[in-house]
Design a protein around this ligand. Structure first.
Ligand code: FAD
Ligand code: NAI
Length: 486
């Protein structure tokens, strides 16, 4: 394959470094795109500006530094604490005076993050990707190629993949100070357990971070604008989740309207109207604001090349992640679609393959969603309410973990697996899980849906005993009303 950099361009810029592919952003979308591009034989550069505490490079983006990885580290630590304080006794283990050293927990999380940063730097070397630490910005375009400035360097390529991610959305009039009003960043590095923690938004971050600090002893109050809880999840799962979370001690108020947030020496007060329209005030020590995220194009200097953004600042792309500029692609959080690390990665791979003339493909219908609370929540495909809205005739089958031997042995029997299959063809249309290891169990459903399996296909497959995955088989059997263990 002829590499694009063989064509001479920008010859007047003798200092320019020429590449086949330049990736701006080293999060899951960017670094994975760079690796795939390098695998395909392209001379590839990746630019990322994230700095660690010492000012050094920390590739991996939001996901590695202040997102997926650190949040799961804290969820794990706080779950151990919860087990030690609430569940060890039933196993005959007595652990008196269990204490949580928050500073140590946070330091462990930082080590996990660094291992991931270092892993990505190693992967850049292994794949012979030129890594540039700094902010990349468009300088010019000429003859179908683009000049990207990073520090004193000017990089040039005909193919540019933008993967600059997203930033947390602030409440109007309540900027993040990361002391009292916290984004995901501050929420992941609190120095002590707050006595009372407020959370605005009962989405994924609110529930995951709220769970961490509740398990460690904080009183957690979540204020949500929408009247329904977890509207994106299947209604049955959302109902079960709300019941379980309230039982665990999370206070969740739906249908609120925040009017004012004041931060002072003693903490934060939130003035809001409740679902009945009554004026309320919530005083908390710390407030996490997790009301969604916005695309990040800060510093990219998109105007220099005429890159098209929509009114919300998201880069406009087609189904193949092509922007309005030839050779310029955008992937991950800064384009349409769910803000998920694995979605960003799949787009990165697909774009690198499209640049190579291959048929990169992302199936948006089989992207799994996971919320890492306890119990975990995971789903793929359509929910029951979506099928009803779309007028699709379906059959539902459900199996509770209460009837699963492995779940009983684990002492973790909350929740169920639910299958939704086409009423005529039996093709699996959606699988929804709330319960232990839902994040792992969902993979079987993703594979099944990718291969357009029927519920009967899963029902006829031998699943190991005793395993949680038997619940998946049983839920598939339930579609045909013939569960064996329930
Ligand atoms: P990012 O990861 O944001 O990476 C963008 C990178 O580009 C950053 O390193 C940034 O510094 C860099 N950059 C930006 N502008 C420039 C520039 N001009 N020049 C150079 N570099 C630049 N998703 C999941 O799938 N599972 C989870 O469990 C999960 N947990 C999450 C928990 C939290 C608390 C948060 C906040 C998010 C979580 N997410 C999770 C979402 C996930 O983090 C994002 O979907 C994912 O990181 C998006 O990847 P990306 O590559 O598009 O962008
Ligand atoms: P989110 O979109 O999941 O939830 C935001 C919530 O805030 C919604 O319920 C919304 O109705 C509510 N809200 C919006 N404005 C409000 C207001 N003014 N007052 C009260 N409530 C308001 O966004 P979140 O939790 O900030 O997460 C951002 C992104 O990060 C998500 O898109 C998610 O995909 C990703 N993420 C993924 C995780 C995972 O995959 N496990 C974990 C954490 C984040």
């Amino acid at each position: 394959m002829a590499l694009l950099s063989e064509a001479p361009f920008f010859t007047e810029k003798t200092m320019s470094k020429q590449f086949d592919v330049i990736v701006i952003g080293g999060g899951p979308g960017g670094y994975i795109a760079a690796i795939r591009a390098a695998q395909l034989g392209f001379n590839t550069a990746c630019i990322d500006e994230w700095k660690n505490a010492a000012g050094g490079p920390a590739p991996g983006g939001t996901c590695t530094n202040v997102g997926c990885i650190p949040s799961k580290a804290l969820l794990q630590s706080s779950e151990h604490f919860d087990h030690a304080t609430h569940h060890f006794a039933e196993h005959g283990i007595s652990a008196k005076e269990v204490k949580m050293d928050v500073a140590k927990m946070v330091a462990r999380k930082d080590v996990v993050v660094k291992q991931n940063n270092d892993g990505i730097l190693y992967l850049f070397k292994k794949n012979k990707i030129s890594f540039f630490h700094g902010r990349g910005s468009f300088a010019a375009s000429k003859d179908g190629a683009y000049e990207i400035k990073v520090g004193d360097d000017t990089l040039v390529a005909k193919n540019v993949i933008i993967a600059t991610g997203s930033n947390p959305r602030a409440l109007p009039g309540a900027a993040f100070d990361e002391e009292n009003i916290l984004s995901n960043d501050g929420a992941l590095r609190l120095g002590a357990v707050p006595k009372k923690l407020g959370v605005i938004g009962s989405g994924v971050i609110g529930l995951e971070m709220g769970s961490v600090w509740r398990r460690l002893g904080a009183e957690v109050v979540i204020l949500e604008a929408l009247p329904t809880f977890l509207g994106a999840a299947d209604e049955g799962v959302a109902k079960e989740a709300l019941k379980v979370f309230i039982n665990q001690g999370l206070k969740i108020e739906l249908g609120v309207k925040i009017s004012e947030v004041k931060s002072g020496k003693k903490g934060v007060t939130v003035a809001y109207a409740n679902a009945k329209g009554e004026a309320q005030e919530l005083a908390v020590d710390k407030l996490i604001v997790s009301i969604g995220r916005v695309a990040n194009t800060i510093g990219l200097n998109t105007e220099a090349v005429g890159l098209k953004l929509d009114e919300r600042g998201t880069i406009v792309v087609d189904g193949d992640c092509k922007t309005n500029l030839p050779g310029v692609w955008a992937v991950g959080d800064l384009v349409r679609g769910p803000m998920l690390a694995h979605k960003a990665e799949e787009e990165g791979v697909a774009v690198a393959e499209r640049i190579a003339g291959q048929h990169g493909h992302v199936n948006f219908n089989t992207i799994p969603y996971v919320i890492y609370t306890s119990p975990e929540i995971a789903w793929v495909g359509r929910s029951e309410q979506q099928l009803k809205a779309d007028g699709i005739a379906y059959k539902a089958g459900q199996f509770p973990f209460l009837a699963n031997g492995r779940a009983r042995a684990l002492g973790d029997t909350t929740g169920f697996v639910k299958f939704l299959a086409d009423a005529t063809t039996d093709e699996i249309l959606g699988v929804h899980i709330i319960g232990p290891s839902a994040s792992e169990l969902i993979s079987e459903a993703v594979v099944a849906m990718e291969f357009r399996a029927s519920a009967e296909d899963i029902a006829r497959i031998c699943h190991a005993h005793p395993s949680l995955s038997e619940s998946t088989k049983e839920a598939a059997l339930a579609v045909d009303k013939r569960t064996l263990n329930f």
